[in-house]
Design a protein around this ligand. Structure first.
Ligand code: ADP
Ligand code: ASP
Ligand code: MG
Length: 451
């Protein structure tokens, strides 16, 4: 069995879906569990609908809902043209989802109040729509496929908009549901991103979460491979939208992939790797517009080669400098500081310390940052330095690569460096620069390391 996940651009409209169906058709002998994202742009549209409804802007919300319905109905029309037996039920499936959503949005507009529960319900509809359409299209092509509801398999706890998957429960439910459906079908299809929380309320895995769904299902079924089908040839040495000379990596380790995703490479959701590592399942990143390509294989760390793999970046971060004038012992000070970040759920990326100072980086506008600053200010002076970016050079055993730091510093000559850090596992060297010089800095580091 394999898991095949198709992202937004791979299901963006008639052509993309037809290509995707051909790719699935070529792998039916492997019993594919297909996981799909919403059509590209649809989740953004749904977030906008939610915000518009919360502002009680009924008219704009209805206009956006018509846009949503139109886009999906047109896709069904084009995809299943001349095949009324599948087209009519597919259109009524789309209309049913859109009608229910519309009723819900009308109620939110009337109340002008949007809980996380309501928001999660609204943004879940993109994947429900795309998976419904693709399920009909697969069956119309003779690939007998059962549509499965991811909300009955992927169970989360905590924040409904960024749920924490409950692995044990998932590992019980997925084999039951998928196993039963596979007995009578060549393939099954389900939604990425969407889930239910332990009390049955709608939840989602956070933006870009469909990759995570794919690896959770892969783990639960202990599949042969997890395939992430996207719009680039694989994992590249840098984001190709920023670095023209970025090239494809043939193989990287789980650890390198996790580090790249965590430090800004959008190609994978940062938590995708962890479930795959647990069962040691290889992940392939492949291009649905170039299915013959070899893609990138992500495998066990030991087998990957010692070398520099990529330059990733986080564009919008801040440095928080925390000074203490009181002489508390250093360990007490550190634990007090990190306890505050952790209790407020603000995640820290880089850390650098001296006797009486800690500098940390975090996102530019994390939730609860005001609370963190207030609590820190009770025993320390706090300075926030925003509009910064973090650039991370990622690879295996970077400490063994001669002259690497010199090359990086040479590429950054003349730029202000606010922090420099080399991780303990030698997998990552990061620097913090002004956001204004990010693009030129990334290009110049990439040039000196790869071109
Ligand atoms: P999908 O909708 O298929 O999930 P995403 O847009 O989430 O696709 O991720 C793919 C995009 O990630 C690519 O189009 C590319 O612009 C971006 N990206 C950023 N960093 C990298 C990288 N190192 N390698 C490949 N793609 C990257
Ligand atoms: N559709 C969701 C998003 O846009 C999940 C995904 O595409 O991975 O964030
Ligand atoms: Mg994605």
């Amino acid at each position: 069995m394999i898991v095949m996940k198709f992202g937004g651009t791979s299901v963006a409209g008639k052509e993309a879906i037809s290509r995707t169906i051909d790719i699935i058709g070529s792998k039916v002998d492997k019993q594919p569990v297909v996981v799909v994202s919403a059509m590209s742009g649809v989740t953004d549209l749904l977030y906008k609908i939610a915000d518009t409804a919360a502002r009680k802007d009924h008219k704009s919300a209805m206009a956006l809902l018509s846009e949503l319905r139109e886009r999906h109905v047109v896709t069904v029309d084009e995809l299943l043209e001349g095949n009324a037996g599948y087209m009519l039920p597919a259109i009524s499936g789309v209309n049913e989802i859109c009608d229910e959503l519309e009723q819900f949005v009308i109620a939110v507009c009337a109340l002008g109040e949007l809980s996380d529960r309501s928001r999660a319900f609204i943004v879940s509809n993109g994947e429900l729509l795309s998976s419904t359409i693709i399920s009909y299209a697969l069956n119309a092509k003779g690939i007998s496929t059962e549509w499965l509801d991811a909300r009955k398999m992927i169970i989360t706890a905590g924040d409904l908009m960024k749920g924490e998957p409950q692995s044990e429960r998932i590992c019980e439910l997925v084999p039951e549901v998928v196993g039963a459906a596979m007995k009578s079908h060549k393939a099954v299809i389900t939604q990425g991103f969407i889930a239910s929380d332990v009390e049955g309320m709608p939840s989602v895995l956070g933006r870009g979460g469909s990759d995570y769904t794919a690896s959770l299902i892969g783990m639960a079924m202990n599949v042969e491979a997890i395939e992430i089908w996207t719009d680039v040839d694989g994992v590249l040495t840098a984001d190709p939208r920023v670095v023209k000379g970025a090239r494809k990596l043939d193989t990287i380790s789980f650890e390198e992939a996790a580090e790249m995703a965590h430090f800004g490479a959008k190609v994978l959701h940062p938590l995708t790797i962890e479930p795959a590592v647990r069962e040691n399942i290889p992940i392939y990143v492949l291009n649905s517009m170039n299915p013959a390509g070899s893609g990138t294989l992500i495998i066990e760390t030991a087998t990957a080669e010692d070398s520099v793999k990529s330059v990733s970046f986080k564009e919008n971060i801040q440095v928080i400098n925390i000074f203490t004038t009181k002489m508390i012992d250093a360990s007490g000070f550190l634990s007090k500081v990190f306890d505050i970040f952790s209790r407020n759920n603000v995640s820290v990326d880089l850390i650098s310390t001296t006797e009486a100072n800690i500098s940390v980086t975090c996102d530019q506008h994390p939730k609860n940052i005001e609370k963190v600053v207030k609590e820190l200010s009770e025993f320390a002076d706090v300075e926030m330095d925003g509009d910064k970016s973090q650039i991370s050079v990622i690879g295996k055993n970077l400490v063994n690569i001669e002259g690497l730091m010199q090359k990086m510093l040479e590429a950054l000559r003349g730029k202000k460096l606010y922090m420099i850090s080399q991780g303990a596992s030698y997998i990552n060297i990061s620097v913090v620069v002004d956001r204004a010089v990010l693009i030129e800095s990334v290009n110049s580091i990439h040039h000196s390391l790869f071109e």
